[in-house]
Design a binder for this molecule. Structure first.
Ligand SMILES: [Zn+2]
Length: 191
């Protein structure tokens, strides 16, 4: 946001040597593959700080859950962030597909669209229907909520860590325009 980078985030040989022996990332980020949203740069973090899973549309399928389980169990990482972003192309493509279904879409791409579809489909029945920008804005939030919920409830391992070890799963949206990250889902009240 402020255009300043921390010098701690530079990849030094000293830091590499420290980390070769083991890692202890403080957060797991499930983010979108979009080239404009690299988690380490968005949060100004360096080597060893974040365990990052990136997939178009920050969707949750088995391999994403497995990756989160792995890091939360192995490294005791206490925080998981489902990170969406404004103008997400995967959310927009899903909305466009719902409005104008095509038959030619690849099976692989469809597997992503199908994961996003349930969280955006209902929006097409609202008054937002004719406003693609508004649909994408709402769709990004719905999709982040769905991903965070899926992580909270789609895995016995994670459910146990949430109940017994205080693992926290939150949802956030990064603004491409301002650089602000809004943590809007699952954040405990301060105090
Ligand atoms: Zn995206």
């Amino acid at each position: 946001m402020s255009g300043v980078r921390s010098s701690d985030t530079l990849a030094s040989q000293t830091r590499r040597n420290e980390l070769a022996a083991g890692q202890e990332p403080f957060a797991i980020i499930l983010g979108c593959s979009d080239s404009r949203v690299p988690a380490e740069i968005v949060f100004d973090q360096g080597l060893g700080d974040l365990f990052v899973i990136r997939v178009a549309g920050n969707i949750v399928a088995s391999s994403q859950i497995g990756s989160v389980e792995f890091a939360a169990e192995r490294f005791g990482t206490p925080l998981v962030v489902a990170l969406g972003h404004s103008r997400c192309g995967a959310v927009q493509a899903t909305l466009e597909e719902l409005m104008r279904p095509r038959e030619s879409q690849s099976r692989n791409l469809r597997s992503i669209v199908d994961r996003i579809r349930p969280s955006v489909e209902a929006l097409l029945a609202t008054e937002l229907r004719d406003d693609l920008d508004a649909l994408v804005r709402q769709g990004v939030r719905s999709n982040v909520r769905a991903s965070a919920n899926h992580l909270r409830h789609g895995s016995e391992v994670l459910e146990q860590l949430i109940q017994r070890a205080g693992l926290l799963v939150v949802g956030a949206e990064y603004s491409l325009e301002t650089g602000v990250v809004d943590f809007f889902d699952g954040v405990p009240e301060a105090g």
